[in-house]
Ligand binder design. Structure first.
Ligand code: PLP
Length: 435
């Protein structure tokens, strides 16, 4: 047996210990985060990390891939059956790469793409001026209907989608968002795409777990391509996946490798397979329904505390809060900082028509996916909402913030995600490294 360097890397393990402590004692309300299961953590840190597997099952450049081929085929089959897709590529290292590969598979350089405005909820990879997507393709954007006092506004403006599509003749229409709290119905997008001869891609990064759990409509029957991340509501390892029609399978696979990536992360592919299996269970359906119910409880609680909820509420796992009515001087940046000091972790976010820059913003975004995994229900989310309001109201009084911090820690103590079922190091997924 070879000898390993001293395994006791206290410098690094101390940091991991601090992170476990942080996750156990503060509220994780970042809408794109979740707690992966111990099984996902363990597989993600497995010996599969040692294997080079450039290519696809049965068509690898290197030898020794018999087991890895079976691992990847299992992940592919599980992904296809979970979402009802004809083809799945489970190799993208992240959602951003999945999107770039999808574009490469369907577009020529300079082609026009119609996607959601970034300042109204769209994602960086949907044509942000600082992202490669906008340098390689010509993006045009649709937005939301105006805000109304009855909460019926701030929905994706499908008339606008149709008008812009007719005028610009995009080669591809993209649906999907990063800060939009309503169901995105794929059917009318498909109709518009068909009417103008465009392809249709659904970026399900945020809602993949809600789709898998039956809480949101499945875009797969409507879209040419569906991309998603596996670490948000789907609760798997940090990664991406592309689903497509059989017709596009070859182009998608070529775009991932050799187009954009080298060797796949087979330990992460394996962890994705674990997550797909978990997401196919009846318990996960209950989870998805719980996520939506909890987001609603959070939105209701925040609204009764005087905060304006963009679009008047939520159908998914996230809540976008407009801080301006509550206090015109309170920026998203300050709210994020005050809440973090209170043990409530969320992110500042632009709201539709935000007069402030993306770095400052007038809003915050909160999600229920992680705390639902940790076992919280609607009554806890109501409590969370009141702690948020309390912290924002008393933000100039350090002793009041300390008090909220204490209440948050007490609440979290009943809902730690990894209740002792994993050991001190197992909590990091390092189940094989017990030295
Ligand atoms: C999170 C997200 C992505 C990107 O995922 P990464 O894994 O961070 O690259 C892409 N699209 C949307 C809509 C997202 O919300």
């Amino acid at each position: 047996m070879g000898t390993w360097p001293n395994q006791h890397d206290s410098e690094l393990f101390d940091l991991l210990g601090r992170e476990v402590q942080r996750q156990n004692t503060s509220l994780q309300l970042i809408a794109s985060e979740n707690f992966a299961s111990p099984a996902v953590l363990a597989v993600a840190s497995s010996v599969l990390t040692n294997k080079y597997a450039e290519g696809y099952p049965g068509r690898r450049y290197y030898g020794g891939n018999q087991v890895v081929d079976e691992v990847e085929m299992l992940a592919i089959e599980r992904a296809k059956s979970l979402f009802g897709a004809e083809h799945a590529n489970v190799q993208p290292h992240a959602g951003a790469i999945a999107n770039m590969a999808a574009y490469m598979a369907m577009l020529e350089l300079g082609d026009t793409v119609l996607a959601m405005r970034l300042d109204q909820g769209g994602h960086l990879t949907h044509g942000s001026p600082v992202n490669a997507s906008s340098k390689l393709y010509r993006f045009v954007a649709y937005g939301l209907t105006p805000a109304t006092s009855d909460g019926a506004g701030e929905r994706i403006d499908m008339d606008q989608v149709a008008d812009i599509a007719r005028r610009e003749r995009p080669k591809l229409i993209v649906a999907g968002a990063t800060a939009y709290s309503r169901i995105i119905d794929p059917a009318p997008f498909r109709e518009i795409a068909d009417a103008v001869g465009a392809r249709f891609m659904f970026d399900a990064a945020h809602v993949a777990g809600l789709v898998a759990g039956g809480a949101h409509p499945d875009p797969v029957p409507h879209a040419d391509v569906v991309t998603f991340t596996t670490h948000k509501t789907l609760r798997g390892p940090r990664s991406g996946v592309i689903l497509s029609t059989a017709e596009l399978a070859g182009a998608i696979d070529k775009a991932v490798i050799p187009g954009l990536q080298g060797g796949p992360l087979e330990h992460i592919v394996a962890a994705k397979a674990v997550a797909f299996r978990e997401a196919a269970t009846p318990e996960f359906r209950d989870y998805a329904a719980g996520v939506v119910a909890n987001a609603r409880a959070l939105a209701d609680g925040l609204a009764s505390g005087g905060l304006r909820i963009v679009s008047g509420g939520t159908d998914n796992h996230l809540v976008l809060v407009d801080l301006r009515d509550f206090d015109p001087d309170l920026t998203g940046r300050e709210a994020q900082e005050v809440l973090e000091r209170s043990g409530i972790v969320c992110n500042r976010n632009q709201i539709p028509g935000d007069p402030r820059s993306p770095f400052v913003t007038s809003g915050i975004r909160m999600g229920s996916a992680a705390q639902t995994t940790a076992g919280m229900g609607a009554s806890e989310m109501g409590k969370v909402a009141s702690l948020v309001v309390e912290a924002l109201r008393k933000r100039d009084r350090p002793e009041a913030i300390d008090e909220v911090r204490g209440e948050v820690a007490a609440l979290c103590a009943g809902f730690t995600p990894y209740n002792g079922e994993v050991g001190e190091r197992g909590a990091f997924g390092i189940t094989t490294l017990t030295g």
